[in-house]
Design a protein around this ligand. Structure first.
Ligand SMILES: *Cc1c(COP(=O)(O)O)cnc(C)c1O
Length: 357
């Protein structure tokens, strides 16, 4: 059977059906129904956060986040090393992305380069806790305070990561998350916003359902609501979060044991309680990566080039140079990582890599 970079966690059909049976009985399918409300409550408690909003995906979460903070033009400082949705949300909201290069240790935005990128048009900083590693949240907040900027974290990978004991999703003005099927905790499709201020949280709540409250049309909105069936999948997966993380740790620890001394790996972050969302490795150069991919693919094993290409090089953004991100993008890949990946298969993957280094 093929081994892909990830595989969605599946609860038993019976666990999902239990929720579906209730949905059929009630006949309430969407519009902030009971399953959505229950999931919001459970995730709020699990994460220990306030103003948690469950929405239809992590991309619309970023877009409505910008709108809820009244950012509709101007420049947004962001990272070139992420999934394209970070960038597309900025462009879709008619803002201009300004890329600040990443630091090579954890692939997050290089905070020493942020201030030089600030102009009178800068409105916000949108960093990414890429692979679940923590951005320098303290330094970023200092810079934002000094220059009166908003901070929106793309926390799509950061679910259940903790920084200094707090959820990594609790920093900045807003942090978004994704519950897409490929993510650590999923609701098939889904996303969330965690919002610091009550005012922005109330605006977000309105905007995610068309900007009106019954017959009162208050502000511009969109449809970011999530269905009961998606929330039901979240409720069925919820009891397994700790187990999912433990199994990912098992796989990651075994990769470490076999590969750590031979291959580039992110630096440990002492203040971070990691969620084991991904297992990125950095090869010597692109040709080494391609050679290893070829052999793995022949063995029906499919790691992914996350993230490549560097977003500053995409054809629909204005040219900006980010040498660190461009260099790492050519050499980095994520190895298969999911709860039921067997030790035997992990060893097989490691042996193939070792034989081709
Ligand atoms: C998955 C992902 C998103 C988008 O989330 P969706 O729920 O798929 O819309 C945004 N940013 C990053 C970094 C992601 O990996």
């Amino acid at each position: 059977m093929s081994i892909f970079v990830t595989k969605p966690f599946m609860p038993s059909i019976a666990e999902y059906q239990k929720y579906v049976a209730e949905i059929f009985k009630r006949g309430v399918l969407t519009n902030q129904g009971p399953c959505v409300q229950e999931l919001e409550k459970k995730l709020t408690d699990f994460l220990g956060v306030q103003n948690f909003h469950y929405v239809s995906n992590g991309t619309i979460a970023l877009q409505v986040a910008l709108s809820a903070l009244n950012i509709r033009d101007g420049e947004i400082i962001t990272t070139p090393f992420s999934y394209v949705a970070t960038l597309s949300s900025i462009l879709w909201e008619h803002c201009a992305p300004v890329f600040v290069d990443i630091e090579p240790d954890n692939f997050t935005i290089d905070v020493t380069k942020i201030e030089a990128a600030i102009t009178p048009k800068t409105r916000a900083i949108m960093p990414v806790h890429v692979f679940g590693y923590a951005c320098d949240v303290e330094k970023i907040q200092q810079i934002a305070d000094k220059h009166n900027l908003k901070v929106i974290y793309d926390g799509a990978h950061a679910f259940a990561s903790k920084f200094k004991g707090n959820s990594l999703l609790s920093y900045g003005d807003i942090t978004t998350c994704s519950f897409h099927a490929t993510k650590l905790f999923h609701t098939i499709e889904g996303g969330a916003c965690i919002i610091r201020s009550k005012e922005a949280s109330d605006k977000f709540e309105l905007q995610k359902r068309f900007g009106h409250d019954k017959d009162d049309y208050i502000c511009l909105g969109i449809n970011a609501k999530q269905s009961e069936f998606h929330a039901a999948m979240g409720l069925a997966n919820f009891p397994y979060i700790e187990k999912i993380i433990l199994e990912r740790k098992r796989v990651s620890d075994l990769y470490d044991l076999e590969l750590k001394s031979l291959i580039g790996r992110p630096k440990e972050q002492p203040d971070l309680e990691y969620n084991y969302a991904y297992y990125p490795v950095v090869f010597k150069d692109e040709s080494e990566l391609l050679k290893i991919f070829e052999t793995l693919n022949k063995n029906d094993i499919f790691p992914r080039r996350y993230f490549w290409p560097s977003l500053n090089t995409l054809p629909y953004v204005s040219k900006q140079s980010c040498p660190v991100s461009e260099d790492i993008s050519f050499r980095i890949a994520c190895l298969p990582l999911y709860p039921d990946l067997s030790n035997e298969n992990v060893i097989k993957i490691c042996d193939i890599i070792k034989n081709n280094l």
